[in-house]
Design a protein around this ligand. Structure first.
Ligand code: NI
Length: 135
């Protein structure tokens, strides 16, 4: 009996989309406002989905208190109130798009989650713009 459990989390962070291999004009053309030189912030909303068998001893797929703590440690403490471009080593040499942030978050959580679970993350950069990984 496989069931999916979800946990929502939140962090605020600053970023800037800028491809160092392009000139300023090309960066502005592709990234628009997200290329402004002095960075800007987003209120990121994260949804973490863990799928697995229900443990007959607990009735849980995974303890949500544990999952909540894991997200706090791996994601919120790393990203919240940070400048993703400058402060977070995982984004050195990697564009801080919602797509890449979702992949980084998935990798951080996946490393701490037993292989018997499936993991999906959905990241909202705005209420209307969001990404999911794996697709
Ligand atoms: Ni942005």
């Amino acid at each position: 009996m496989r069931v999916a459990v979800f946990r929502r989390a939140h962090f605020n962070a600053a970023h800037r989309l800028h491809n160092p291999n392009w000139d300023e004009a090309r960066n502005r053309e592709v990234f628009g406002k997200c290329n402004y030189p002095n960075y800007h912030g987003h209120n990121y909303e994260l949804e973490v989905k863990v799928t697995g068998e229900v443990d007959p001893d607990t009735g849980y797929v995974v303890d949500l208190g544990w999952l909540s703590k894991l997200i706090e440690t791996e994601v919120e403490e790393r990203f919240d109130h940070k400048n993703l471009n400058i402060d977070v080593p995982e984004f050195q040499g990697r564009l801080t798009s919602a797509e890449n942030i979702a992949v980084v978050i998935w990798n951080l959580l996946r490393a701490q989650l037993h292989e018997r679970y499936d993991l999906h993350v959905r990241l909202y950069e705005t209420p209307r713009n969001f990404v999911e990984y794996p697709a």
